[in-house]
Ligand binder design. Structure first.
Ligand code: SF4
Ligand code: SF4
Length: 217
C-alpha cells in the first residue's frame, strides 16, 4: 500500500465513529443519559482492570516496553475492536478527545504501531476491551511466579469480561449494537449482528438481540 494513502482500516474506523456521532446527535438528553447509565457496571469493571494492571503489571511492563518505547502491546498497525468499544469511548469522551481520534484517522499511519498510539499512550478514553484484557505470556508468567495469588484475580477478571462480551446471555456489547441499529446506524464492526460465529452462539443461547435501552425521539 502507498504509505501516503489513508489505509482501509483507518477509513473503516473513521466511518464507524462518524456513524456513532451522527446517531448520537439524534438522541434526546434523557435517552442519552439512560444510555450512559447502562455503561456504569462496565465502566466500574474497567476501572478495576486498570487498577489491577497498575498494581501488578506496570512494574513488569515499564522496563520491558514503556522505558524502551517498544510498546509491544500496541505494535500492530490495526487491532480488533467491537462496535461497542467505539460507542463506549465516544460516549465518555470530551469533544477534544473525540477530535483527536478523528485527526489521526484522517492521516496515513506512517508508524509501525497502532494508529491510536499517541505520545502519552492510547488516545482512547476507554481502550478497546481486547487491548485492556491483553497481557503477553512473558509478563503473565513473570507476574504469576512473583505473585501467585494474582493468577486467580486475573482469571476472575476474565470471567467478568465474558458477562459483557460473550453472547451466551444478554450482554452490553450486543445491546449497544442493537440500540444503534435501531437508530439506522451501520458498521462493519457490528460483529454481534454480522459475525456468523457470534450469530450462531446467540441463536444457540436463545437470544434475539432486544436492546436494553430503546432509541426514542
Ligand atoms: S487502541 Fe490503544 S491500547 Fe489498543 S493497541 Fe491501539 S494504542 Fe494500544
Ligand atoms: S504486556 Fe508484555 S508486551 Fe504488553 S506492555 Fe507489558 S511487557 Fe510489553
Amino acid at each position: 500500500m502507498n504509505p501516503e494513502e489513508v489505509s482501509e482500516y483507518n477509513r473503516e474506523q473513521r466511518s464507524s465513529f462518524q456513524t456513532i456521532r451522527h446517531a448520537c446527535h439524534m438522541l434526546s438528553p434523557s435517552v442519552k443519559e439512560e444510555l450512559l447509565a447502562s455503561l456504569d457496571p462496565y465502566l466500574k469493571f474497567r476501572r478495576e482492570v486498570d487498577a489491577f494492571q497498575e498494581e501488578y503489571f506496570t512494574s513488569i511492563c515499564r522496563p520491558a516496553c514503556f522505558e524502551t518505547r517498544l510498546s509491544a502491546c500496541c505494535g500492530f498497525e490495526s487491532i480488533f475492536m467491537f462496535f461497542a468499544d467505539e460507542v463506549i469511548t465516544f460516549l465518555v469522551s470530551t469533544p477534544w478527545e473525540i477530535s483527536r481520534l478523528f485527526d489521526v484517522l484522517q492521516r496515513p499511519n506512517k508508524t509501525t504501531h497502532c494508529v491510536y498510539l499517541g505520545a502519552e499512550g492510547c488516545l482512547w478514553k476507554v481502550r478497546p476491551i481486547s487491548c485492556a484484557m491483553f497481557f503477553c505470556d512473558e509478563a503473565k508468567k513473570t507476574l504469576f511466579e512473583r505473585v501467585p495469588e494474582a493468577e486467580q484475580l486475573w482469571l476472575d477478571f476474565q470471567g467478568r469480561e465474558k458477562t459483557f462480551t460473550r453472547p451466551t446471555q444478554k450482554i452490553l456489547f450486543d445491546d449497544l449494537e442493537a440500540f444503534f441499529i435501531g437508530l439506522k446506524a451501520d458498521s462493519p464492526h457490528m460483529y454481534y449482528h454480522k459475525s456468523p460465529g457470534l450469530l450462531r452462539l446467540k441463536a444457540q443461547s436463545g437470544l434475539n438481540g432486544t436492546p436494553r435501552v430503546r432509541p426514542s425521539k
